[in-house]
Design a protein around this ligand. Sequence first.
Ligand code: SF4
Length: 237
Amino acid sequence: MVNLAGIVPLSTVDMRDKSAIVIFFSGCPFRCIYCQNYEYLESKNPVELDFVKEHIDRAAEFVDGAVFTGGEPTMQRDPLKELLEYSHEKGLITEIQTNGCDYPAIKDLLPYLDIISMDVKAPLNAKRYGEICGIDERFAERTVENIKSILSIKERKIEVKTTVYKEFVLGDFLEKIKEDLPKDIDWIIQRGNDERVPPNFNLTPLSDDEVKDIAKILSKDRKNVWIRTRAGDERIS
Ligand code: SF4
């Protein structure tokens, strides 16, 4: 069984330059202040794995890949592993979208994973991480260490995503994240918005042009910086 939040049979925006089926897992141990999948965090919808496999079978005829997202998919490691393996056997490119809280799970899933898309939501220190993710400092400490370990994986393509709001541009927030990331990694600066957000949300969205200007500044001495806005993905450097 898998606690499933939903399936999008065909997406052209979730796996870069590829079409993909997107499978949303329920549940997440974080409570990020801007979570846009808020309704998935505690939803309960257990379904048989065969139900998901049937969707994968149908999608495999016309998509390039399968994206597993959430929520936090590594929270359901066993069903995730089975579905990743199944997708691989079908010849699909597999991608996981993770918050990086569980490095041992990612290591375990690696044989069936082609792309790791991981959030780096704040500078990699426990206090700042905990504030953004709504988790206590001990959990934030473990998460920061797990994220660093995932960033050191060499055998797979890793892309990092950072969601930005106007408040995050102040001070050294983004420059500190930049210092924490390997120089050659794909880094996506994603425009945060104010739809489907938690009740206590009080951040200010940036315009697409503002996100682009920020990414240009951040990309001065590094390659592979992208933006993700309402217009889609755009490479900045
Ligand atoms: S990690 Fe993702 S799904 Fe979980 S609370 Fe944060 S934004 Fe929401």
